[in-house]
Ligand binder design. Structure first.
Ligand SMILES: [Zn+2]
Ligand SMILES: [Zn+2]
Length: 374
């Protein structure tokens, strides 16, 4: 049930010589969630897949991607979507893909009433981009694999689907990727200049480990062990053996949150009761905190305050403005906020992986050009 995040771009707004724009993979036992896909996303996904084959022998198969979750419509987060969807078609994908993104209640009202979009709709609203991508052939018929286009007013929990014939239907709830059983995706309201949300991937809690050593000591048969493991007590040599005595404590669910662009203290994130890993934007340093507030972005210390508010286990910083040269500066400012907390902290570079183990322990694996190191 462990969850691993791959950070494929740490630049905000535009790429630099060492940083690409946003794109993340969240890999869990049900499959992969892509969170944002800025320009060049498919090339970076391909490159990361190659690195994993070479160094780790575990595969990031594109066929395992069950959902594309967009945090908002700014192009540095969406410009790579259409080329990637088309490449999946060229690779003969047949697995279904769910596309999820945020919009406003006003847009949902207009679309479900068959009206044109309200005049004050933000120019980056995903409703406009969904329609544009549809026109360019990103439909089930056009691509040749089942694709569902879903938008939600995240705060009010209203979700709509763009059907292939141009119809819009309202859904009872946000759908989950087809066939996923152990992990759930959730949208959390954030604060940005266009409709936005963070994405949460949570694993179900799992039962503790079955104590095989004890079962062996008692010389239990495979059948008896199976019964105990399934939660049923048994009689053995006249003694009652309770199934609960053969299991360690259940493992708590894991929760991974990827913020997208947001001002600090986004309500959806601070409301969380549990968060194993928070991947949060840190566009500015403290000397530009006014600018961060104006543009509805976070500073590194703002990301740290958000991590404190949701009692995150670990905070990873990403999405750096062009003025930020060294991640040490970000770490220094965030560390001041977290100094007396148990929250651990790291800053991502492109290609890094963050592994959240079943126990909740987090390891940040840094890409060094020829493999990863802790
Ligand atoms: Zn951005
Ligand atoms: Zn943005």
């Amino acid at each position: 049930m462990s969850i691993e995040v791959h950070i494929l771009g740490t630049a905000s707004a535009r790429p630099s010589s060492i940083r690409q724009v946003s794109g993340n993979l969240v890999s869990c036992d049900d499959g992969i969630v892509v969170v944002d896909a800025g320009e060049g996303f498919q090339t970076r996904f391909f490159e990361q897949r190659k690195r994993m084959k070479q160094h780790e022998k575990y595969h990031l198969k594109p066929s395992k991607v069950g959902a594309l979750c967009l945090t908002h419509g700014h192009l540095d987060h969406t410009w790579g979507v259409l080329p990637w969807l088309q490449s999946l078609a060229l690779d003969n994908r047949h697995q279904p893909l769910l596309v999820l993104g945020p919009t406003t209640s006003e847009v949902i009202d207009a679309l479900t009433d068959n009206q044109s979009l309200p005049v004050d709709t933000h120019k980056s609203d995903l409703a406009t981009q969904y329609r544009f991508w549809h026109q360019l052939g990103a439909t089930t018929t056009g691509l040749g694999y089942p694709i569902r286009w879903i938008l939600g007013a995240v705060e009010s929990g209203r979700w709509i689907e763009f059907l292939e014939d141009g119809q819009i239907v309202e859904l009872a709830e946000m759908p989950q990727p087809e066939g996923w059983t152990n992990n759930r995706i959730g949208a959390l309201p954030t604060i940005h200049s266009t409709p936005s949300c963070a994405w949460q991937i949570s694993s179900a809690s799992s039962p503790g480990k079955f104590n095989r050593t004890r079962a062996k000591q008692l010389a239990l048969t495979e059948a008896e062990q199976g019964t105990l493991a399934s939660g049923i007590d048994i009689q053995h040599n006249g003694e009652l053996l309770k199934s609960q005595d053969f299991r360690s404590e259940p493992l708590s669910p894991l929760t991974v949150v990827v913020s997208g662009d947001t001002a600090e203290m986004a309500p959806g994130i601070t409301a969380l009761e549990q968060c194993s890993l928070l991947v949060h934007e840190a566009t500015f340093l403290d000397d530009f905190s006014e600018k961060a507030a104006d543009y509805l972005h976070s500073t590194a210390s703002g990301a740290a305050r958000t991590a404190l508010a949701c009692s995150a286990g670990h905070l990873v910083l990403t999405h750096y403005g062009a003025r930020i040269r060294h991640t040490d500066e970000l770490i220094g400012e965030a560390m001041k906020v977290l100094a007396s907390s148990p929250i651990s902290l790291s800053a991502a570079i492109d290609g890094d992986r963050i592994l959240v183990e079943d126990s909740g322990d987090v390891h940040h694996l840094h890409w060094h050009g020829d493999g990863w190191s802790c």
